[in-house]
Design a protein around this ligand. Structure first.
Ligand code: UDP
Length: 235
C-alpha cells in the first residue's frame, strides 16, 4: 500500500515524551514513537519533527521570571528533547539530522530551510529544535511554520486526545468529537487544540492538520497511510 502523504511534519509535545511520569524523558515511550516514525521512513515518507519542551519547562508557567528569559529556557528544553529523539531514531537505524533555531553548532546544525529539505530528500529524518527561536511563541506555532516552510503535505499533531472536541473530553463526558473542522472554527470557537498564532499560520497558508492520539504510537504510521485516526482540520 502506498502512503497517502509523501512529506509530513510531526509535532510531538514534550508531555508525550515523558510517559506516565509527566516530566523528563521516558525512553520506552520515545522508542515506541520512533519505531512508528521508522515505519513511515521505510515506506518512503519524508519526516520532519518538531518537539515541544513541556516535559521540562514551559515559559508561560514559570512564575515571576522574566518571560523572555523563561522562554529561552523553554526553547533549550526542546533542544534536549530533539537530541533524545535523534538518539532513539539512530538506534533504530534511521539517518537523522537535528537543526536548531538557536545556533548551538557543537551540538546540532543551525536551522537552514534548504538544507533541511535536502536532508528530507535524502531520506533523513530532520528534527527541528528550539521552536521558532523566538520568545512568546509555542512549538505548535513552530510546527505550523516548519510544515509550511518544508511544504509538508500534512501537519500531524500528536496529542494525548484522539481528536478535536467541542469541550474537554476528560472533563465532560458529553463532549462531541469532530471528524473534520476548519481553522476558522478553531479560532472563532476558541477550541483548545492549539494557540491562535499556530491556527492562523495554518489557515493563512493552506496547511492541513491531523490531530490524533499518540498514546497509541502506531497512529503515526496509520495516519500516514491514510487511516482515519483523528480529526482533520483544514480551511
Ligand atoms: N518556546 C518559545 N518559542 C518557541 C517555541 C517554544 O519560547 O518558538 C518556549 C516556551 O517557553 C514554551 C517552551 O518553549 O513554553 C516549550 O514549548 P511548548 O510549551 O510549546 O511545548 P509543549 O507544550 O508542546 O511540550
Amino acid at each position: 500500500m502506498e502512503p497517502k502523504y509523501k512529506r509530513i511534519l510531526l509535532k510531538v509535545s514534550g508531555e508525550a515524551l515523558a510517559g506516565d511520569n509527566k516530566t523528563g524523558l521516558n525512553f520506552d515511550v520515545i522508542n515506541e514513537i520512533c519505531k512508528s516514525v521508522k515505519k513511515c521512513v521505510d515506506a518512503g515518507v519524508q519526516v520532519g519533527i518538531v518537539c515541544g519542551g513541556g516535559n521540562f519547562w514551559r515559559g508561560r508557567s514559570s512564575g515571576a521570571m522574566d518571560r523572555t528569559r523563561a522562554d529561552h529556557i523553554g526553547m533549550l528544553a526542546t533542544a534536549m528533547n530533539a537530541l533524545a529523539i535523534a538518539d532513539s531514531l539512530e538506534a533504530l537505524g534511521c539517518n537523522v539530522r537535528v537543526q536548531t533555531a538557536i545556533t548551538m553548532q557543537q551540538v546540532a546544525e543551525p536551522y537552514i530551510r534548504n538544507k533541511a529539505v535536502k536532508h528530507l530528500n535524502k531520506g533523513r529524518v530532520v528534527i527541528f529544535g528550539c521552536g521558532t527561536g523566538n520568545p512568546f511563541f509555542s512549538t505548535d506555532t513552530a510546527a505550523s511554520l516548519r510544515a509550511v516552510e518544508i511544504e509538508a503535505d500534512i501537519f500531524l499533531k500528536a496529542t494525548l486526545v484522539d481528536g478535536v472536541y467541542d469541550k474537554d473530553p476528560h472533563k465532560y463526558p458529553d463532549a462531541k468529537k469532530y471528524d473534520t473542522l476548519t481553522f476558522s472554527q478553531v479560532l472563532n470557537d476558541e477550541l483548545g487544540v492549539m494557540d491562535s498564532t499556530a491556527a492562523t499560520m495554518c489557515r493563512d497558508n493552506g496547511m492541513k492538520m491531523l490531530v490524533f492520539d499518540l498514546s497509541r504510537p502506531d497512529n503515526i504510521y496509520d495516519a500516514v497511510m491514510g487511516e482515519n485516526v483523528g480529526t482533520v482540520v483544514s480551511e
